[in-house]
Each structure stands twice: as C-alpha cells, then as structure tokens.
Design a protein around this ligand. Structure first.
Ligand SMILES: [Zn+2]
Length: 512
C-alpha cells in the first residue's frame, strides 16, 4: 500500500515573512480557502502572539474552514500558547505548533539556556498545549545544526509529553540531501518512542536545496512536509509545495509516497499567491514559472509535436495549466457570475456581488473574454482591499510626443475626496507624482514592473511596485486593460499596504 505524506502549508505564516508579503485578513482568508481546495492537509495560518492582526486573521480562518487542520504557531511559552489557542479554539481541527531552538549556537547566543533548561521548557510547552488540544506539533528550531543525540533526547521527552508531530527543520538552509536524510533516519531510529509521532521536515532554500532535502527526508521516513506556494518565505524562501508534490507525483516509481494535493489547482493557487502578495514568480521557476512548460527550441518543438513525452515529463494540464478557458462574456448574467465565483471559492453577499458584477461588465466591454485570472483580479481589488485608506477615484492623463505629460487625479483619502494635477517625465511618472502629492507620502518607489495577465493584446496589464518607507517594505499590485490605470492602481495599493504595515507590525523575530 502506498504511504501518504501530510502536506503542511505555511504560506500564510513563514511565507508571509518574505519582505513586502504581508497580507490583510481578507486576503489571508481567500488564500486559506484556496489552499483547502488544493487539498492541503494542514494550514499554518499565522503566529497569533506576534500581533493582534495576526490573531484576528488566524481566528477568521479557523472559523471558516472545516476540512483542513488549522495550525497556529507559538514559542514555548504559556503566553504564546494561550494566544495561539485563542485564535484556533473554535476550529474544526485545531493544531498548536510550538517550538524552541535546539542547536548549541542558538542555546548559547540567543536563548542563553542550557540543554536541560531547553528540554524542560519544551516539555512544559507541549504538556500545556496538550491540555488544550490533542493535536500538538513540536519543532526543534535549527534542528539540522543540532547535536543528533540531543535531538533524540528532546523528541523522546516531547513525544512522552504528548506531541503528535515532531519537526526537524533546516531553519538556516544549511543541509545537504544525503546528510539531512541520514540525520532524520538516525533520529527516528534512536528516539525510543518515535513510532508514536509523525516526523516532519521544514527546509529553507538558501543553497537551492530545499526541495531536494525535503524529498530526501521523505525517503528517510518523514511523513509531513512543510512547504509554501511558489516557495515564498524569508531570505531565499521555503520548500515549494508544487515542486515536492510534482516530484512525488512524477517519480512515484522511486518514492511510493502520495500526497492528497489536487494537482490541477496548483497553477491557479500559484497565480493567486502571486496576485495577493505581489511577489512575481520567476519565469524559469519549476512547475509554475511562465517558461516551465514552454518548449521554445526548434528541435524540442519538433519532438513535442510528434509526441509530448519526448521532452515533457509532466503534462501541463496536470498542474492546471490549461489554455485560458472562456468563462464569461459581456452577455453573461449575474447568476452565471455568482455561480462561477462560487466555484472559484468566493461566497459573496448580494452587495458584494453587485459591485463585482458592475466591474465585470465594465471589463467585458473592453475585453472579449473574461477568464478566471481577470475575475480574481476584480475580486481581490474590489472586495479584499475594502479597508483601504486611499482609493483611486478618477484618473486622466495627457501624453504624447509633443506635450508635457500631465496627470489629473482624484483620490479618496480616508473617505475624503482630494484632487490635483502634476507633471512628470512620462505619463506614469506624472501619475505617480500626483498621487504621491495628494497622499502626502514620503515613501520611495524602489521597483516598477509590468507584465500581461493573460495572452492577447487586449489582456489586462499587471503592474507591481515596491515601496519603502522608514524600513517598511510594501509590494503593490494593480491590473487593468490600460497600463497607466494599472500602474496607478498598483501604486495606490502599495501605499495602502504601507499604511496597513504601520498599524500591523510584522513579528519582530524571524522564526523556524
Ligand atoms: Zn521556516
């Protein structure tokens, strides 16, 4: 019989630690619903002790989802565990995930604790968490650089205290596949009660080895993999869900371990994460990059035409990369829109549907075919960002080769309308200058990029901006058939994200 590996997705927790990736509660909830649809077993929804905003988002997800387990992260302290529990106590399947560092370097310089003290704190935390729920995970932070016999000792103690999952993370992305598999095998073999818990792995990609390490560890007996969509995360990121899942799927002849992921939702989920966080997927990224299934070279094309299996090891349809299906056109009615959005994971109120329907009609007038990506943009812009401080109300731009580019803008700032006009080197510069003046921002525009959301010349332009203010970094996104409008939307979205960050500080400590 084929064994199963539990897919533990931490896009909402570890992924959110990517610079600029912070998401609001509505965005996190939307993503959680998508992750459940994808078939993820466990969703790590956040770190409730980090901030009130995080607690609120985790609680919203816990209240909504019924199928996936909802994990909340907590340091090995009563306060953190209480906050975690407060967020998930009403979840259908709650899990408390607590951790403490186990490597000598962390013990000496960060925790200033002895090994005995660390074991005691871990056992206390797990026992306390276990008094609240019977689903408790313990992680040995910096596990891959920890003494292997100490790992056996602490895992034995926390399993005895009630941990049902124990995680051996490669927190700093230092491990090499053979070494990591050997370490995990050793620890599983030498922890006397290892059979009573599921062993988990969590890798970072600093050496580009996160997926390789995760696959090696699964080969050595790990039955939970901690991953993120598109591999987003701190520094070089986490192990990417799609790479692990498709490696297991494609090479099942070598590793007889299955996941419960519905692979056809991989691509839509990847798109959604990129759309919500503003983090663009590199074109050559495995599985979900724009070029991952593009066979450009002539010789390849010839082979692929004769038989796709000559060069393709996976079918694009398997990961949900189908030709954009026509979903709705300008004559589609409200009812068709509602049922289509419901299929995509949106349960909208009548008011919300009314708003989206209006925007859909506007887009359908400009663009022949409205596909899922377009609808996703309309909803993320229209519904998920409603708590915005700044709203773009009106934009008119004059540009050309004989005039000085000028933009007239009306912004709604905290419900109050302000308007003005300004010049720039080009139409986008003029637009940004004017918006900046009206918003009174002191942020710096660090990056600006444009791409097409789907194929065709009538495709919506998708713009990403990176803004920085007093050490805070925000990514803003906007889409529109008109590039200048898309740019203005992205800039305004970036400003709103900066405002959000000012009131919702990101967790101070980088963890796990
Ligand atoms: Zn991590």
């Amino acid at each position: 019989m084929t064994e199963r590996v539990i897919i533990f997705d931490t896009t909402l927790r570890d992924g959110e630690q990517s610079p600029g990736a912070s998401m609001n509660t509505g965005e996190k909830l939307r993503l959680a619903i998508q992750l459940e649809k994808l078939g993820v077993d466990v969703i790590e929804a956040g770190f409730p002790a980090a901030s009130e905003g995080d607690l609120e988002a985790v609680a919203a997800i816990a209240a909504r989802l019924k199928r996936a387990e909802i994990a909340a992260l907590a340091r090995a302290s009563r306060h953190d565990i209480d906050q975690a529990w407060k967020a998930i106590e009403h979840a259908a399947k709650p899990r408390i995930h607590t951790f403490i560092a186990t490597s000598d370097i962390h013990l000496e310089y960060k925790l200033k604790m002895s090994r005995d003290e660390v074991v005691k704190a871990a056992v206390e935390a797990v026992s306390y968490a276990r008094s609240l729920t019977d689903n408790v995970e313990f992680s040995a932070e910096d596990g891959s650089r920890s003494d292997r016999d100490f790992l056996c000792r602490i895992f034995e103690a926390v399993i005895a205290a009630g941990a049902t999952t124990v995680n051996l993370p490669d927190t700093v992305g230092y491990a090499i596949p053979q070494e990591y598999a050997e370490l995990l095998g050793y620890v599983m073999k030498n922890t006397p009660n290892s059979g009573k818990a599921i062993f988990s792995v969590h890798c970072h990609n600093d050496l580009g080895l996160a997926t390789a390490n995760t696959i090696a560890a699964i080969g050595a007996g790990a039955r939970q993999a901690e991953v993120t969509i598109n591999g987003i995360g701190e520094r070089a990121g986490n192990t990417s869900l799609e790479e692990v899942v498709m490696a297991l799927h494609t090479r099942s002849n070598l590793i007889a371990v299955e996941s419960s992921i519905h692979t056809k939702y991989i691509h839509p989920t990847s798109r959604l994460v990129s759309m919500i966080t503003g983090i663009i997927v590199q074109p050559n990224k495995a599985i979900v990059g724009a070029n991952a299934f593009a066979h450009e070279a002539g010789i390849h094309q010839d082979g692929v035409l004769k038989n796709p299996m000559t060069y393709e090891i996976m079918k694009p349809e398997t990961v949900g990369l189908t030709a954009n299906t026509l979903v709705l056109g300008k004559h589609s009615g409200r009812h068709a829109l509602r049922s289509h959005l419901k299929n995509m994971g949106y349960d909208l109120s009548d008011d919300e549907l009314g708003l989206i329907f209006t925007k859909f009609k506007e887009l359908a007038d400009k663009k022949k075919q409205v596909v899922d990506e377009d609808l996703e943009v309309i909803v993320t812009e229209g519904i998920l960002r409603t708590s915005d401080v700044f709203k773009l109300d009106y934009l008119q731009v004059i540009a050309g080769n004989t005039v000085l580019p000028m933009a007239s803008v009306r912004l709604v700032v905290n419900g109050r309308s302000v308007q003005g006009a300004g010049y720039g080197n080009g139409p986008i510069d003029a637009t940004f200058n004017t918006i900046a003046k009206l918003a009174g921002t002191s942020s710096e525009l660090q990056r600006f990029s444009v791409s097409a959301l789907t194929g065709g010349t009538d495709a919506q332009g998708e713009v990403t901006v990176r803004l920085r203010e007093n050490g805070l970094v925000a990514l803003g996104k906007g889409a529109d058939p008109d590039i200048i409008t898309a740019s203005a939307k992205a800039y305004v979205n970036g400003l709103n994200r900066l405002e959000y960050l000012k009131t919702h500080p990101v967790a101070e400590a980088a963890v796990l």
